[in-house]
Design a protein around this ligand. Sequence first.
Ligand SMILES: NC(=O)C1=CN([C@@H]2O[C@H](COP(=O)(O)OP(=O)(O)OC[C@H]3O[C@@H](n4cnc5c(N)ncnc54)[C@H](O)[C@@H]3O)[C@@H](O)[C@H]2O)C=CC1
Ligand SMILES: O=C(O)[C@@H]1CCC=N1
Length: 268
Amino acid sequence: MEKKIGFIGCGNMGKAILGGLIASGQVQPGQIWVYTPSPDKVAALHDQYGINAAQSAQEVAQIADIVFGAVKPNIMIKVLSDVASSLNKETLVVSIAAGITLDQLARALGHDRKIVRTMPNTPSLVNAGMTSITPNALVTQEDIADVLNIFRCFGAAEVIAEPMIHPVVGVSGSAPAYVFMFIEAMADAAVLGGMPRAQAYKFAAQAVMGSAKMVLETGKHPGELKDMVCSPGGTTIEAVKVLEEKGFRAAVIDAIEACMAKSEQMSK
Ligand SMILES: NC(=O)C1=CN([C@@H]2O[C@H](COP(=O)(O)OP(=O)(O)OC[C@H]3O[C@@H](n4cnc5c(N)ncnc54)[C@H](O)[C@@H]3O)[C@@H](O)[C@H]2O)C=CC1
Ligand SMILES: O=C(O)[C@@H]1CCC=N1
């Protein structure tokens, strides 16, 4: 890709995108400009990746063809309002903020702006991200292809209608946190069974990754894959019974329902 890419804000999620993009080799570090208020952190990113360190958010807005707004949701509107007049007419602005709608973004940037609202997740850092993309009406098919291409450098990406952002946050944006909790809990159990901790994380994480791959690659229903593990009178069905007794599925559904509700509330 030939375009210049800018980051305003580059913390956990910005770095995941930046790192994934550079690792893919599709964008050279010299095509990327980064601004955060901490010159030390930008210098560290320059040293690590070779990206250009910008002196201001306005500089990023002036130079880049595609500008990522990667700051916390509570300051996104202020930060984008401050750069609105520095953007070129054709610049594409990509927001990754949870809870900030296309309409709110257009009010900050101007209603003639090309804006894409996205919801990525941190596994982007290891080439296994999942990102949703919602363009506004001014975004062209070519722009959409560019944005999909960027996010597909380090994972999967799909276009969704804006209201689907809430399920996306629940099942993908926030989901790594609960999966890490699941892995941690499984490893704790293995430690209880006498396994050294480092080895326990490896077994637990590999089991989760392999199971996810089976869902994606076999196309089989997750219930069928579960049944394949449960030998009659065996060990697995004992664990399944306890999980059902403890309300495992209901706990997961309730948790994601709370996540979706918060996402909706943040959008108001
Ligand atoms: N962490 C996650 O798993 C996900 C986060 N998001 C979204 O990503 C966005 C960023 O989240 P994180 O990366 O986790 O936050 P973070 O706190 O790690 O990073 C925020 C970045 O913004 C910079 N910053 C602070 N004030 C600034 C300003 N005035 N101008 C320019 N830069 C400024 C900080 O220096 C830092 O680089 C949020 O809007 C969040 O909703 C979306 C999906 C997943
Ligand atoms: O917790 C949050 O608000 C962000 C959005 C998705 C993941 N982290």
